[in-house]
Structures are given as structure tokens and as C-alpha cells.
Design a protein around this ligand. Structure first.
Ligand code: G4P
Length: 191
């Protein structure tokens, strides 16, 4: 997606050869116009697939997921990472290990929002090792619902996440695919 790649080049900061900071438009400050375009692009790629729900994870997945939900006309559920005061019973839960942060967290969604007939689209801001996406897919499978695809805003293609998800049979649509962050430079996969 051209506008997203340009935004990454203009405002992304390469923190190391593994980590890209995009606090200016995605992870802290949010660019609503870009987010709307991102929602439209996800909707274009997944139109006519019969999606009934979008599933994401707090916090940074929410903005792109909501815009995609608006375009596709379906509700958006965000999995919680932290204990919620009101979300306690009747949960689907999955454990997600973050290689980037070296922490394990339990993610959860309420059973009442996801049913066996649902056709779910997973959306997340980053794809690195694929563990968050797999955790979300696990929640969807627990509901006996179907994972129609996984939509990612920024994929770090030099990390194993994409291949892991493809190996499990998931359709992966990433709007920006980063080939390398070496030497402080962002390069994209040529498609
Ligand atoms: P994985 O889900 O693909 O396995 O990724 P991993 O555990 O390695 O990443 C954990 C967290 O770090 C996620 O955010 C993910 O979005 C973020 N992350 C991974 N690589 C990058 C990167 O290069 N740049 C930025 N900015 N973030 C990265 P999170 O902890 O869920 O945070 P948030 O959603 O609350 O912002």
C-alpha cells in the first residue's frame, strides 16, 4: 500500500535492525486519514469473503480494525490483555508469548461476542513472530468459528511470523512488508 509505505519512510524511526518505531501514526499518535485508507484497503482485499466479525488485540490493533470494520460493516472485538473489571466470566482465553518483549500474557474475549457461525478476520498492527495472530486464531477456533484471513498493517518479513501463519493454512494480507531494517534503512519486499 503506497501511502502506508511512504508514511513509514517519512515518519518511521528505525530503532535497531529488528524494531521500527511508528509512534507518529500507529502506536501512539494515530493518523485517522491514513487509518481510514488502511480500513478501505483491508475491506478491498477481503470483500466478498462473508466476514461477520473482526478480531484484534488491544491496544494498537484497535484503530485499523475499527476502520476495517466500518468499511466492511461488521463489529470489531478486541481481545483484552489485562484483567478487566467487567470481563470476568465466560471467556475464551489463550496464552501468547512475545519474543520481542520476552513476556507471556493471557488474552481473552467474551464468549458472547463470538459464535460458531462467525467468519472472522484477524487484524493486527505488526506481524513479527506471529504469536499474537496465532493466539487470536486460537480464540476464534475455541468458538468453533472460522478464520477467514489475517490482515496486518506492517509485516516484518525478515521475521518468521508470516511463514508460520502460511504454514498453518491462513491467508495473510500485509499492507506493508518490510524486507530489512539494516543500517537504519527501511526497505520493502518487492511484490
Ligand atoms: P508477534 O505477535 O508477531 O509474535 O510479535 P511480538 O510478540 O514479537 O511483538 C509483541 C509486541 O511488540 C506487539 O505489540 C507488537 O505489535 C510489537 N512489535 C513487534 N515488533 C515491532 C516493531 O518493530 N515495532 C513496533 N512499533 N512494535 C513492534 P504490543 O505489545 O501488543 O503493543 P500494543 O499493541 O499495545 O501497542
Amino acid at each position: 500500500m503506497q501511502a502506508l509505505e511512504q508514511k513509514i519512510l517519512d515518519e518511521g524511526i528505525v530503532l535497531s535492525d529488528q524494531v521500527l518505531k511508528v509512534d507518529a501514526f500507529l502506536n501512539h499518535q494515530i493518523d485517522p486519514v491514513l487509518m481510514q485508507q488502511i480500513g478501505q484497503e483491508f475491506a478491498r482485499r477481503f470483500k466478498n469473503t462473508g466476514i461477520t466479525k473482526i478480531i484484534t488485540i488491544e491496544a494498537s490493533g484497535i484503530a485499523p480494525a475499527v476502520m476495517a470494520g466500518l468499511e466492511l460493516g461488521v463489529p470489531v472485538i478486541f481481545a483484552r490483555k489485562y484483567q478487566s473489571l467487567t470481563l470476568k466470566d465466560d471467556l475464551y482465553r489463550s496464552k501468547v508469548f512475545s519474543f520481542t518483549k520476552q513476556t507471556e500474557s493471557t488474552i481473552a474475549i467474551s464468549r458472547k461476542h463470538l459464535a460458531a457461525h462467525d467468519r472472522a478476520l484477524v487484524i493486527d498492527d505488526f506481524l513479527a513472530n506471529g504469536q499474537a495472530a496465532l493466539g487470536l486464531a486460537d480464540l476464534i477456533h475455541q468458538a468453533n468459528a472460522e478464520v477467514i484471513g489475517i490482515g496486518i498493517v506492517i509485516e516484518k518479513s525478515f521475521q518468521p511470523g508470516r511463514q508460520l501463519l502460511l504454514d498453518q493454512g491462513y491467508r495473510v494480507e500485509s499492507l506493508a512488508r518490510i524486507e530489512s531494517l539494516a543500517e537504519g534503512l527501511v526497505t520493502f519486499v518487492k511484490e
